[in-house]
Ligand binder design. Structure first.
Ligand code: NAI
Length: 464
């Protein structure tokens, strides 16, 4: 029986390994983590992450050929293939601070693998890492190997949170990069055989190591760029009276462009886009490609601009002050169908409102109060934050509502009821273009939708 061990039981490691275990009953998969709390949650009925369909997959194979454990060294020693799916955040201090990837977790994982391995291993980079990380990892492993041979593969993950299980069941492609040696090619084939249990062969791409590493950074940069592109156009739509949904639809009908990822919004979030673009920018700078670095940096700048533009719209519409006014924030996760709040635009929007002394009440169907308070922790503003158990109590007595995540339930809220409980004039600022603005206007709301023709109320205000 082939044994797989995965270091890191997070948003990527957990779902990916659960799907491998489901699709490959003859493979034993053990997911290990340094966080005992996370492993305990994976072994409980309350999984540590919310992902549609994940509970079912885990229930089917946990205890059969899928295990979650904190006994890291034992399972690494026993494994044939080791996936490393640890976090790779942006460095917060030292050389490359604010841009470069922090590979501390990766390096300590690699040193531990070298220490405990007694048999040859295939080590798979699942984390998103800077180009040439495999080379560094290879050096750490071979210099500490005691004669054990390691093959390093890059197998970046392309799943999206919120649709992780579907993405894993039916990936557009699986990418495997390896050394172009006999041993390297053999290792690539072994990993390919794992995915071939359910992924059609023509969707399993094999490349050299560096192409695989760079493809992941480039794919995230391209995706984020589409969002910033349409968000940049949304500002122009508001200034001219064009409607960004109509423009995006017309643009996306061009088969060379395509319709996906063209929804204007308050901005992108998540743990990956910003971090991976910063990482790309840093790599470009290291290679003295400052024009290329500036090009990609602009994708992040537009994202920051879009968030502050939204806050400015809220404040400007409400007589230039939100001080002491209750603002209901509906949605805090960075997108629907996940409870993940890493880099969510809601943090920057809430902080902007809090700085203007608003009383912010947040409701999100999947994010806990504890998490919201942690994300908005600031000494002076903590007392201005409240968390509500549902959208109706969040909006009661509010002057304005900001919709910051596109949760389906927000589309079917009883807005007449909400309007009845709010201060007047009552405002809705739709940061995801999910509500029917016409219907809300008929109820009596003043509505701002990103990139859409402005209400007379907003039109008379100075341009944002
Ligand atoms: P995460 O933070 O949810 O999970 C990482 C886990 O690794 C944590 O539970 C941590 O305790 C554990 N860990 C750290 N050092 C360890 C060690 N030495 N041994 C064992 N466990 C260790 O991170 P997430 O979101 O799963 O991301 C992991 C990697 O995958 C990152 O590089 C990310 O860029 C990449 N990625 C993330 C995607 C996403 O949608 N979240 C999608 C594609 C790639």
């Amino acid at each position: 029986m082939v044994k797989i061990c995965c270091l890191g039981a997070g948003y990527v490691g957990g779902p990916t390994m659960a799907v491998i275990a489901l699709k490959c009953p003859a493979i034993e998969v053990v997911v290990v983590d340094i966080s005992t709390a996370r492993i305990a949650a994976w072994n409980s009925d309350q999984l540590p992450i919310y992902e549609p369909g994940l509970d079912d997959v885990v229930k089917q194979c946990r205890g059969r050929n899928l295990f979650f454990s904190t006994d890291i060294e034992r399972h690494v020693a026993e494994a044939d293939i080791i996936f490393v799916s640890v976090n790779t955040p942006t460095k917060s201090r030292g050389l490359g601070a604010g841009k470069a990837a922090d590979l501390t977790y990766w390096e300590s994982a690699a040193r531990m693998i070298a220490d405990v391995s007694k048999s040859d291993k295939i080590v798979v980079e699942k984390s998103t890492v800077p180009v040439k990380t495999a080379e560094a990892i290879e050096k750490i492993l071979t210099h500490n190997s005691n004669g054990v041979r390691f093959q390093i593969l890059s197998n970046p993950e392309f799943l999206a949170e919120g649709t992780a299980v579907q993405d894993l069941f039916n990936p557009d492609r699986v990418l495997i990069g390896g050394r172009e040696t006999r041993e390297g090619r053999a290792a690539v084939q072994r990993l390919k055989q794992v995915y071939a249990h359910w992924v059609p062969e023509d969707r399993i791409l094999t490349t050299n190591l560096w192409s695989a590493e760079l493809s992941k950074l480039a794919a995230n940069a391209f995706l984020a760029q589409r969002i910033s592109s349409v968000n940049a156009i949304s500002a122009l739509c508001e200034a001219t009276g064009a409607d960004v949904s109509e423009v995006a639809y017309a643009v996306g009908r061009d088969s060379r462009i395509g319709p996906k990822f063209l929804g204007a919004s308050v901005g992108f979030g998540g743990s990956c886009f910003q971090k991976d673009i910063l990482n790309l920018v840093y790599i470009c700078e290291c290679h003295r490609l400052s024009e290329v670095a500036d090009y990609w940096r602009q994708v992040i700048r537009i994202n920051d601009y879009q968030k502050s533009r939204f806050v400015n719209r809220v404040v400007a519409s409400m007589f230039n002050t939100v001080s002491g006014k209750k603002i209901a924030v509906l949605g805090f996760a960075f997108k629907k169908d996940t409870g993940d709040t890493r880099e969510t635009p809601a943090i920057d929007v809430c902080n902007g409102l809090l700085r203007d002394r608003a009383a912010v009440t947040v409701y999100d169907p999947q994010v806990t109060e504890e998490q919201i308070r942690r994300d908005l922790a600031g000494r002076e503003t903590a007392s201005q934050v409240a968390v509500a158990p549902d959208a109706y109590s969040a909006t009661r007595g509010a002057h304005g509502v900001c919709i910051l995540t596109e949760w389906d339930e927000f589309k079917s809220l009883d807005f007449a009821k909400i309007y009845g409980g709010m201060e007047k004039p009552a405002f809705v600022f739709d940061g995801r273009n999910v509500v029917d603005a016409g219907k809300l206007r008929d109820i009596g709301f003043i509505v701002y939708s990103i990139g859409k023709p402005l209400d007379a109320w907003l039109k008379d205000l100075p341009p944002v």
